[in-house]
Design a protein around this ligand. Structure first.
Ligand SMILES: Cc1ncc(COP(=O)(O)O)c(C=O)c1O
Length: 415
């Protein structure tokens, strides 16, 4: 008799999450040889140079000063109204496109992806994203009985591959009535790429033309988990103005997360927003999202919601928070710049990095290269066809040192 107790659809391999497994190895090495000797570039969280977690003190203080009841009480299912307004401001700043916007509170950015996969895809439908993508996209689609397919993010010149994007949209819209397209930009995980305003124009021109021709439904999901580390407001959000006046059958969803922006990973707070030229479609979004929240997690973390509302209702506090985040952003930029500069010097090929927590090195046999690197106590994330290095987690000096280690390990493994 089979010893399986879970229902067939939930039979999963027993395996550690790859990132957390790599982090565990790095921590074990640190215990043996000392933290100074170890380069732990595994986690997508901002770390101080000494490897401790960076925490925004202005944010933490505001949270701790909240009245007990604002932390302990339930929040409304879709989120506190002042949180919803604050999330809208945080997402768009001065670049709010005209249209109907609604927001539903979610546990981090992950919750928004879940709701979109469930509510904007039919069973068995396929979601489209770039071939370099954050692994949970696949987990979430699979969990909900949906599939994932990819377009090539870069062409042979490492430029945004619009023809591949178009080809995949054509293919999938030939098979299904609606298509959810997941775009993680700016500061893409894992490459650090950001689409330019011009590239966005080309994407939107094509989607509008395609929608007019086929009369199918397109849901464009913007995963902006890293937006507050992607340059200034204009650089990070300027492209959003182009989402104005889209046809009703092109719906924009935006997945906002407080995890990185407020260094509040564990508090699990974010929001899923919609932008539509139709009020009816926006209201429908709200109804579906609220129902889904009730079904999945009931309501969100009230204290985190109140925190965002407080920050955005107090100009001097917002300034303070932004200044503190800017100092983290500068540190991250210095580290990433050091890696990119060193890579150019030693001839290590990387994908175009614009901003964010990660840099990707395309390479053959990534698992073997990662094992080789572990001998030098350098731990990073092997991907299917490359290595993900996380400048967010290591000092500038270690970023520079890592480039040479990676080049040597790749030469050794791949010749
Ligand atoms: C690409 C991307 N999207 C979304 C998220 C959402 O994270 P969270 O659910 O912690 O807010 C992450 C976090 O690592 C991410 O890398």
């Amino acid at each position: 008799m089979s010893t399986t107790m879970v229902a067939p659809h939930s039979k999963r391999p027993i395996a550690d999450d790859k990132v957390f497994a790599a982090n565990k190895k790095a921590q074990e090495a640190a215990k043996k040889v000392g933290a100074e000797q170890v380069i732990n570039s595994t986690l997508g969280a901002l770390m101080e140079d000494d490897g401790s977690l960076s925490v925004m003190q202005s944010v933490m203080k505001t949270f701790k000063d909240l009245p007990d009841a604002e932390i302990a009480a339930y929040a409304p299912i879709a989120g506190l109204p002042d949180f919803q307004q604050a999330a809208e401001k945080a997402v768009f700043d001065e670049y709010r496109p005209a249209g109907h916007v609604r927001a539903v509170a979610t546990p981090g950015g992950s919750g928004g992806i879940r709701h979109a996969v469930w509510n904007y895809m039919e069973a068995g439908d396929t979601m489209l994203t770039a071939d370099w993508y954050w692994a949970p996209y696949k987990t979430i689609t699979e969990e909900h009985g949906r599939k994932l397919d990819t377009f090539q993010l870069f062409d042979e010149n490492k430029a945004f591959n619009l023809p591949s994007f178009k080809e995949k949209v054509e293919e999938l819209l030939g098979k299904q009535e609606r298509l959810l397209i997941m775009m993680n930009t700016p500061a893409h995980n894992p490459t650090g790429y950001s689409l330019t305003e011009e590239e966005w124009k080309e994407v939107l021109d094509y989607l509008k033309e395609k929608q007019a021709k086929d009369q199918k439904k397109i849901i464009l999901y913007l995963d902006i988990a890293y937006i507050d580390f992607a340059g200034d407001m204009k650089t990070s959000r300027g492209f959003m103005k182009q989402f104005e006046n889209l046809p009703e059958s092109i719906l924009v969803l935006v997945g906002y997360s407080m995890s990185k922006a407020f260094t509040f990973y564990g508090l699990r707070c974010g929001a899923l927003l919609c932008l539509s030229s139709s009020e009816e479609i926006a209201d429908e979004f709200m109804a579906a999202g609220t129902f889904s929240s009730r079904a999945c997690w009931s309501n969100g973390t009230r204290g985190a919601q109140k925190l965002l509302a407080k920050v955005y209702s107090d100009e001097s506090l917002l300034k303070k928070v932004n200044e503190e985040r800017d100092s983290f952003k500068k540190l991250l930029e210095t580290r990433a710049h050091a890696f990119v500069e060193e890579a150019e010097m030693v001839g290590l090929e990387i994908f175009p990095y614009r901003a964010g927590f990660f840099i990707t090195i395309p390479c053959e046999n990534p698992d073997k290269v990662a094992d080789e690197l572990a001998k030098n106590h350098l731990f990073l994330l092997p991907l299917g066809r490359g290595l993900r290095f996380a400048p967010c987690a290591v000092s500038e000096a270690k970023c520079r040192k890592s480039v040479r280690f990676i080049k040597e390990a790749m030469d050794k493994v791949n010749g």
